[in-house]
Design a protein around this ligand. Structure first.
Ligand code: GAF
Length: 395
C-alpha cells in the first residue's frame, strides 16, 4: 500500500465518502550544506522515497479536521479547529503543523474548511524532514480543495515559503527553508542545488548506483526535535556574528576573508562562523564534482562536513559519531550527519560491494556502545510533492 492509498482508505472509513484529491510530499536527506540555509547560503538535498499523503475534501464551513494514520494502524484525530479563529501558539504537538498551514493560507485568502486525513512512511523524529513533508502535503491539499491544482515551479517555491512560515510563526520553530524547498522542488534522480539568497535552483543529476555506489541512511533513533534542541541557539549565534561584522548574512564572507572575519569576532562565535563559511564552500565543491561526473570523489567533503559539525558547530552526538565512524571504518567513502543534528540520521556513501559490511559494522558498533539498534536503508533521489493520480488511490 502506498501513502496515497492508505490516506484515501482511512479518509473513506472516517468520512464515509471519497476524498476529492490526494496530495503527497516526501521527506529528504541533505547530501551536504547544513545550517547554511538561514545564513543565506547553499544546500544540496534530495527527496526520499518516503512520503506523507493528505487525502482531502472541502467543507461548507470554516472547520479544519485532521486525522492521521499511525504506523501502528491506529487513527488519531486532532480536535477540529475553526480556521478563522486560529492563533499562533494555540496548539501543541503534531496538530499544530496542519493548523499552522491553514493559518498561513488564511492570510492569502484561503479560508474554506476541509477534512484532511494523513498517512505515510516518513520516519518521525529522525531528522528526515517529516514536519516539512506534512506541511507541504497539507498545503497542497488545502489549495487543491480550494481549486488550485498543479502549481508551477514559481508557485511551488512560494508554497515552500508559506510552509516555512507556518513552522516559524505558528508552531514556533525557527527553521530555515531547506526542508520545505526540498519537499516542494526536488525531482526524481537529482539533488537540488539551492542558493537560498537568490532562490535560484539547479537540478543536478545524482545516480550513485551508476557509479557502483549507494547512499546509506542511518537513522540513529536518537530522537531529534528542533524545538527543544540547540537549533535556535546556533541560529541566533550566526545572526549575531553577521550583525557584529556589519553583514546581511554569513553568506557574505568568502573563504579567503574568513580569517579576517574570525579575528573581528568574540571567541565563542568563531567556530560557528567557520562552519558556515567552510560548509558553503563544500557544497560548491560537491556540485562541481557531481557536474563533472566525479560522484565517487565527494567522500572527503562529506567527512569534512561532519567534522565541522561535530567540532565547530557542535550539533553532533554520540550516536551520530558512532554511525559515521563505523560506516567509514567498514569502507564508506564518506559519511556525515544530515539535517538539524542533536540526534536524527547520518548518511554514508558506500561502494555497493561494501554495503552489507558497512550496515553490519554500524549495527555492531551501536551494540558495543550500548545504544539502541539503528535503522538503515538505501536512499535514491525521488519525486517531490505532487497530486497523486486517482488510479493510485481510488477505491
Ligand atoms: C533543519 C531545519 F529545518 C533546516 O531549515 C536546516 O536549517 C537544517 O536543519 C540544517 O541544515 O532540518
Amino acid at each position: 500500500m502506498s501513502a496515497a492509498s492508505d490516506a484515501a482508505a482511512t479518509f473513506r472509513s472516517l468520512h464515509g465518502k471519497e476524498p476529492v484529491g490526494v496530495f503527497s510530499a516526501p521527506g529528504r536527506v541533505n547530501l551536504i550544506g547544513e545550517h547554511t540555509d538561514y545564513n543565506d547560503g547553499f544546500v544540496l538535498p534530495f527527496a526520499l522515497p518516503h512520503r506523507l499523503a493528505a487525502a482531502v475534501a472541502p467543507r461548507e464551513d470554516e472547520q479544519l479536521t485532521v486525522a492521521t494514520l499511525g504506523s501502528d494502524g491506529r487513527v488519531q484525530q486532532a480536535d477540529p479547529v475553526n480556521i478563522s479563529e486560529l492563533e499562533p501558539g494555540q496548539l501543541e504537538g503534531w496538530a499544530a503543523y496542519p493548523a499552522g498551514v491553514a493559518w498561513v493560507l488564511r492570510s492569502h485568502g484561503f479560508e474554506r474548511g476541509a477534512d484532511v486525513v494523513l498517512a505515510g512512511d516518513v520516519p518521525t523524529g529522525a531528522g528526515l524532514s517529516s514536519s516539512a513533508a506534512l506541511e507541504c502535503a497539507v498545503a497542497l491539499a488545502l489549495l487543491g480543495a480550494a481549486g488550485e491544482a498543479d502549481p508551477d515551479e514559481r508557485r511551488r517555491t512560494e508554497i515552500a515559503r508559506l510552509a516555512q512560515r507556518a513552522e516559524n510563526e505558528f508552531v514556533g520553530v525557527p527553521t530555515g527553508v531547506l526542508d520545505q524547498t526540498a519537499s516542494m522542488r526536488c525531482v526524481d534522480g537529482c539533488v537540488l542545488f539551492l542558493d537560498v539568497r537568490s532562490g535560484e535552483i539547479e537540478q543536478v543529476p545524482f545516480d550513485a548506483a551508476a557509479a557502483g555506489l549507494r547512499v546509506l541512511v542511518i537513522d540513529t533513533r536518537a530522537k531529534h526535535t528542533l524545538a527543544e534542541s540547540g537549533y535556535g541557539d546556533r541560529r541566533r549565534g550566526t545572526e549575531r556574528a553577521a550583525d557584529l561584522l556589519g553583514l546581511k548574512a554569513l553568506r557574505d564572507i568568502e573563504p579567503d576573508g574568513l580569517d579576517d572575519a574570525l579575528a573581528r569576532l568574540p571567541e565563542d562565535l568563531r567556530p560557528l562562523v567557520r562552519h558556515v563559511v567552510t560548509e558553503n564552500q563544500r557544497v560548491l565543491d560537491v556540485v562541481t564534482l557531481l557536474k563533472s561526473g566525479r560522484l565517487a570523489e565527494i567522500g572527503p567533503s562529506l567527512d569534512a562536513s561532519h567534522v565541522s559539525m561535530r567540532d565547530d558547530y557542535r550539533i553532533s552526538c554520540l550516536e551520530l559519531d558512532v554511525a559515521v565512524d563505523a560506516a567509514r571504518a567498514a569502507g564508506a567513502l564518506g559519511a556525515r550527519m544530515t539535517g538539524g543534528g542533536f540526534g536524527g540520521s547520518a548518511i554514508a556513501l558506500v561502494p555497493e560491494a561494501d554495503l552489507a559490511k558497512v550496515e553490519a559494522n554500524v549495527k555492531a558498533e551501536f551494540e558495543r556502545a550500548g545504544l539502541k539498534a539503528p535503522r538503515t536503508f538505501v536512499a535514491v533521489p525521488s519525486p517531490g510533492a505532487r497530486q497523486d493520480p486517482p488510479e493510485t488511490w481510488a477505491g
